[in-house]
Ligand binder design. Structure first.
Ligand code: SF4
Ligand code: SF4
Length: 261
């Protein structure tokens, strides 16, 4: 578990610099892959389940645990660690991470932490991204001699696509609407399905009356049938609609008439 006293309370920007290198010959190699809580993002799950050739249900069942956040009542998914005293990640071996090219974005960022907040500027409220360092005493990478800006680190670790794909999810988490007030069991389970269980979300789209109610063109439907990434982005649109954040979908005119009756 990450001890918060190792989190530096200095807000960094994408141009802030730090010295760090992680490599196989370092004495602490893989020490950071146990006894830690790694929150998975929606895009992590798509990448990992594909790499492991699992359905999203199988992946969630085998490798994750879920916690409900008290502030929003939203479910969040974490990588499950082994039940041993060391609480090791299921993917770690003495040779390193067995899914290295498909590892979660929080593993990619480490030892950088990242967050987002709402900021008021002249034009209104905007999202502000910020970064911070996590300096755990066992991590020797800070003693190495390579310097990066945070942006260089993000590019080197292939993080950019993850952040882009998860932007809609973060937008929901950062909404100024009270999610807790409008939360019920149905919205909670739709959030879980659309964000984490993409195969179930696709079944929901195609096996319910969804397309009788919402106006979605044939080309989009076609893509949603086969493309997980597009289905995920569509899921964020649907969540913004049901949480009253944005009118991201249009009801079919017959559905709006029926709904008014
Ligand atoms: S503890 Fe730090 S240097 Fe060591 S393996 Fe983990 S990230 Fe790399
Ligand atoms: S997924 Fe890979 S990098 Fe992340 S904790 Fe597990 S073994 Fe380490």
């Amino acid at each position: 578990m990450l001890n918060m006293s190792y989190v530096e309370h200095v807000k960094l920007s994408s141009q802030s610099r730090f010295r760090f290198r992680c490599h196989k010959a370092i004495s602490c190699f893989t020490r950071c892959c146990n006894n830690i809580d790694i929150m998975l993002t929606p895009f992590d799950i798509i990448v990992m389940k594909k790499r492991l050739n699992l359905t999203s249900e199988e992946f969630l069942e085998r490798y994750t645990r879920t916690e409900i956040d008290e502030n929003t009542m939203l479910p969040f998914v974490f990588l499950r660690m082994s039940d041993t005293e060391k609480r090791e990640c299921f993917f770690v071996t003495p040779d390193g991470c067995t899914i290295y090219d498909h590892r979660p974005v929080n593993c990619r960022y480490y030892p950088v932490g990242h967050g987002m907040l709402k900021k008021a500027i002249e034009k209104g409220i905007v999202d502000e991204e910020f970064f911070f360092m996590i300096k755990e005493p066992h991590c020797r990478g800070f003693e190495e001699n390579i310097e990066w800006t945070i942006d260089e680190w993000r590019r080197d670790q292939d993080i950019i696509k993850y952040d882009e794909m998860n932007r809609g999810w973060k937008g929901i988490l950062l909404t100024n609407k009270s999610l807790k007030k409008q939360m019920d069991a149905r919205k909670q389970s739709v959030f879980y399905m659309a964000c984490y269980n993409i195969d179930a979300f696709r079944r929901f789209l195609f096996e319910s009356r969804f397309f009788e109610i919402f106006d979605v063109d044939d080309e989009t439907k076609q893509v949603l049938r086969s493309d997980d990434e597009d289905a995920l982005l569509f899921g964020f649109r649907y969540l913004k609609y049901i949480f009253l954040i944005e009118e991201t979908l249009r009801l079919k005119s017959s559905a709006s008439i029926n709904n008014k009756k």
